[in-house]
Design a protein around this ligand. Sequence first.
Ligand SMILES: Nc1ncnc2c1ncn2[C@@H]1O[C@H](COP(=O)(O)OP(=O)(O)OP(=O)(O)O)[C@@H](O)[C@H]1O
Length: 500
Amino acid sequence: MGLGMDRNRLFDTPASVDSKTNKKISSLPGQAIWQAVREHLKEVLSTADYERWIADLKLIAEVDGKIVITARDRLSFDRVSADHRHILQRIWKEHDDARRDIRLVCWKDAGADLRAITEDPWAEAEPEAAAGGAGNGTGGNDGGATSAARPSSGAPEMTFGTLVTGKSNAISVELAKRVADGQPVGTQVHLISGPQGTGKTHTLLALRTRAMETNADATVVYLTAEEFLSAYTDGVKAKDTSALKKRLRSATILLIDDLHRISGKPGTETELFQNIREVTGQGGNVVLAGDKTPGELAGFSPRMMSELKGATVVEVALPDEDMRRDIIRRLARHIEQAHPEFVLDEALIERIHTGIRGPGRELTGAVWNLFTEAGFGTMAPTSDMLERVIRRMEGEVRAPTIELVKKAAMKVFNVSKADLESPSKARSVVYPRQIAMYLCREQTHKSFPQIGRAFGRRDHTTVLYAHRKLSKELATDQELAADIARVAAAILEMQAAGNH
Ligand SMILES: Nc1ncnc2c1ncn2[C@@H]1O[C@H](COP(=O)(O)OP(=O)(O)OP(=O)(O)O)[C@@H](O)[C@H]1O
């Protein structure tokens, strides 16, 4: 895959200086590095995550020494910021001898400085590709496949053959197989619920593959709730949602992933509800997946709740010990077929199982990281390599709580919790509060409204404003950057001391 190639060759164009901001800007820096970074990410992320969130990112410029990578819309910006920013940064630095920092921006919010030096990076995308992403809500079995289902190099396909089954997911797997095979399952709407990373997407995509293999008449449409939301919003803006409706209603099996992500959006939810009704009215099946049971879901309308409560609900739990070992073992064996040097013995498998505390996603992530550490499978993995992977991953994936971020800011700036949550506009309070809000957004994976509520029930726009302001100022304000780093260091220290 040519990793490491061109590491020292930067395709930088001569830098210019923006007269208003005084920032040094050059367009198209390090495209060769970006290519290598994308290949590397393809190896370490799941196929679904890579195709859904990374494949569409564009590197557009270098501004004041930072590499600017842009996401097409707020949805992908938010998701990449929350879930993949750290790994993107780390892998970039591995490939860039200059070890530049990355700045992630949403193209829709990009400032005039960036728009002045680069055209809309997606303008040239061929219509098919542009339509197949998060935009139009397609994703059936007829070639309009959703990004999540596209195969990529390396990772095993998400089928029932590669899904480890045990006590924690036996019922959801059985349900999915029955739906795929067209066997009656009682209701026509089904909800698979369970914690993140436990294989719900894997199950839906496996269902899809099986239905396509066994039933030529089946029309399977898979899309995430966010893709639905985004397609619906685009349709409303264009005053035409008919294409989305037509597509969804053609389904004999409709699969909607990450359902919880549209709770609290009444228009979208009503539209989804009507599509569900339409599919079931024609005798089709709908399988929804999300990280909450109907009882835990908040923010849905009574009509949608009643629909969900009438559904068959199957819960997926965290995998037990044997399943965890099996998830690691199966992926390792899969990689070994293409990379015979990459042999994971039982001791290493055991160490991944004990060292990585998270669910399936983190276990498979650890195997891919070890693969990378072992020269992309060109060397036998060793326990030293694995210890490095575990240290990196466990450091990276443990997000602090909002309360811990507050505590760290209180310690660094010597302010009280009451100050941070108060309406005070004194600079001595506003400054630490904004830094705490900024770090909450960067590190806790919480939404703007959740953070706002935790800071004296403030509106989410206050948090959004603080985050935008600091993100912008950080590029030029060394003192601010140092203060943010001090709070981030205090968070790490407190975590090391067992605080969460
Ligand atoms: N039981 C399992 N067998 C094999 N692989 C698994 C299993 N559980 C999880 N994985 C792997 O972990 C990764 C994450 O799984 P997946 O995306 O399906 O989880 P999820 O429950 O949908 O998560 P989220 O709620 O965050 O969307 C995938 O690469 C998947 O193949």
